[in-house]
Design a protein around this ligand. Structure first.
Ligand SMILES: [Zn+2]
Length: 340
């Protein structure tokens, strides 16, 4: 199974050498090329087309209809090949009422369990390369329809699979750019994916802090460019919140980016949840309370209050947030959050 990659890389190098002669320049650039090609194939999405159907964390359980913790991430997959996301070894193959048939792969400190499978291609102990088909997705175990559930653990602790998918996407994009290609890497996340991923969290915060879920979601989308910004992908900062002097003095993590000025310091967080929590605490601090004491169903006044309190300086800020709220009908979450 693992001769495939070595062979293809070997062939590529031989081809490159014979095709381009052997001047030192072309040699080193061919080496670079091989490096990027290897790096590109060191990661793989687990299914051909990525479409998230259920996110990691608190959600409404499809069976009990009650709020429950979802320990992984669901991807749309209709009895199709499932690919190993990285180079690794098959750690476990099993079957139970919950996960159905599953394959657990080990990738260094990480394990990834691919669940609800209909068929497996691998055996315990096999070495597998990123992109090798390991199984066929299915509908076994506790599942309401064919899909692929991923459970990820890092050093034995649950880990958000979304972070790994983003990493894969980032590596692929980098490689494509280095090889001088157009970025044809498919965008795994649409705007509506983004909203469905964070709506429950925003509603939870509305209940706890009184901030409209629509405002949280719109600010998040706008400030993080729908989760694509460097601050969001590298520092989990979804609101562009700057690091205060106290934040830095307390030894909390930050990174520097050019914003209105050069090398401004921005907060970094361990998770998206932490970023949303910081935002909620900020908006319910004294500075904002004066301007933002409105019911959670009144997002218009909330947005205007934020500007008065000095949250953003951009003129079109309110208009941009309102546009997102209307376009994606985010106000429904404000009403929903009030209901239960
Ligand atoms: Zn699931």
């Amino acid at each position: 199974m693992f001769s495939k990659k070595i062979l293809s890389v070997f062939c590529m190098s031989v081809f490159a050498l014979t095709a381009s002669g052997s001047s030192p320049d072309s040699l080193s650039s061919e080496k670079d090329r091989d490096y990027w090609i290897n790096r590109y194939s060191s990661v793989s999405f687990p299914v051909k087309t990525l479409k998230v159907s259920s996110t990691y964390g608190i959600r409404k359980d499809p069976f009990s209809k009650k709020k429950a913790n979802h320990n992984g991430l669901d991807l749309k997959a209709n009895y199709e090949n499932v690919y190993s996301m990285f180079d690794g070894t098959v750690e476990k193959i099993g079957s139970d009422n919950r996960s159905g048939n599953y394959v657990t792969m080990r990738y260094g400190a990480f394990t990834v369990s691919y669940c609800h499978l209909s068929r497996k291609y691998v055996n315990v102990g096999d070495t597998v390369w990123a992109g090798d088909p390991i199984a066929v997705s299915g509908n076994t175990g506790r599942s309401t329809g064919p899909h692929l559930h991923l459970t990820v653990k890092k050093n034995g602790k649950l880990y958000n699979p979304h972070t790994l998918l983003l990493y894969i996407k980032k590596v692929k994009k980098e490689c494509v750019a280095a090889l001088g290609g157009e970025s044809y890497v498919s965008e795994p996340w649409s705007c509506s994916d983004f909203i469905s991923r964070y709506a429950a969290m925003a509603m939870d915060h509305q209940r706890r802090y009184g901030i409209p879920a629509s405002v949280t979601l719109a600010q998040m989308a706008l400030e993080s460019d729908w989760g694509q910004s460097e601050l969001a992908t590298n520092g989990n900062n979804y609101f562009g919140i700057k690091a205060t002097r106290k934040w830095v003095a307390d030894g909390k993590p930050y990174s520097e980016h050019d914003d209105e000025k050069r090398n401004e310091k921005f907060c970094n967080y361990a998770s998206v949840e932490e970023s949303v929590e910081h935002h909620s605490k900020l908006l319910t601090s004294k500075r904002y309370q004066r301007f933002c004491s409105f019911p959670a169903t009144d997002y218009q006044n909330w947005l205007r209050g934020l500007i008065k309190a000095g949250y953003a300086s951009g003129k079109g800020y309110v208009a941009s947030c309102e546009k997102i709220i209307k376009q994606y009908n985010l106000h429904k979450y404000d009403i929903l959050a009030n209901k239960f």
